[in-house]
Design a binder for this molecule. Structure first.
Ligand code: KIV
Length: 264
């Protein structure tokens, strides 16, 4: 398999081939996932919860993401590496450019940021300066306090229509990939059909162009609340490599996530 690029991901969407993505935070897991054929690795700010034991992602810093990005880069040969921009690190142009630069210099191929229309100008600036962007809509965990908890988003018609418009706007601004988190399957399908860039779902049904899971959820080692959409592959296979390989197989065939792991 040759290196995964944004053009390759767009081609996969056009060809109807699903994209398998996982979070990763260090070089050993990055290598294992890469060797099994995972196409996208995300250094998620979920590390604030699964590595640091916090109850949200809000305390994660840009420096921490840069540190983990460097480790993941060292293990990833073919996969596209995306670094999450943490809470309050992309709220004015100069800061955003400086922080995104730090993540790219650490080895990211792309940065991810949560939000809708308020990000259009930022995304234009970043892409014009050579920094590819992945958007993130739906349950955007950095806004957990605004949402009043980790809740499914886009359930009412007006919010759903607004999300479709934001997805189109993010694409028009230059985003090259879009994560959709915890939204009804019908809405994920409408968004996926409305844009030409690939959508990567988590809790968005099996209709998106790809899937992502937090690696700790896939291995069944997350503590506390286990999201309805996650699946413990270790329970099924008893082995890490087999778990990743089965996850990829189920993403590609559309078997993951099934109805019981989706929202309607
Ligand atoms: O931080 C993260 O791991 C994420 C994924 C859940 C998409 O944003």
């Amino acid at each position: 398999m040759s290196k995964i690029t944004t053009s390759k991901l767009i081609k996969m969407k056009q060809d109807g081939e699903k994209i398998a993505a996982l979070t990763a935070y260090d070089s050993s897991f990055a290598r294992l996932f890469d060797e099994q054929g995972v196409e996208v690795l995300l250094i998620g700010d979920s590390l604030g919860m699964v590595l640091q034991g916090g109850d949200s992602t809000l305390a994660v810093t840009n420096q921490q993401i840069a540190y983990h990005t460097k480790s993941v880069r060292a293990g990833a040969e073919k996969a596209l590496v995306i670094a999450d921009m943490p809470f309050m690190t992309y709220h004015n142009v100069n800061e955003t450019m400086k922080n995104a630069h730090e993540l790219m210099a650490a080895g990211a191929n792309m940065v991810k940021m949560e939000g809708g229309d308020w990000l259009y100008d930022t995304i234009k600036q970043l892409t014009q300066n050579g920094i590819p962007v992945c958007g993130h809509l739906g349950l955007t965990p950095q806004s957990v306090n605004v949402f009043g908890g980790f809740k499914v988003q886009g359930r009412d018609n007006q919010k759903a229509l607004e999300m479709i418009e934001h997805a189109k706007g993010l694409e028009a601004a230059g985003a090259q990939l879009l994560v959709l988190e915890c939204i009804p399957t019908e809405l994920a399908k409408a968004i996926t059909d409305a844009i030409t860039i690939p959508t990567i779902g988590i809790g968005a049904g099996n209709v998106t162009d790809g899937q992502i899971l937090v690696m700790h959820d896939m291995f069944g080692i997350s503590s506390g609340y286990i999201p309805k959409f996650s699946k413990n592959y270790i329970e099924i296979t008893g082995d890490m490599r087999k778990s990743v390989s089965l996850y990829i197989e189920e993403v590609k065939s559309g078997a993951f996530p099934d109805e019981s792991r989706s929202f309607n």
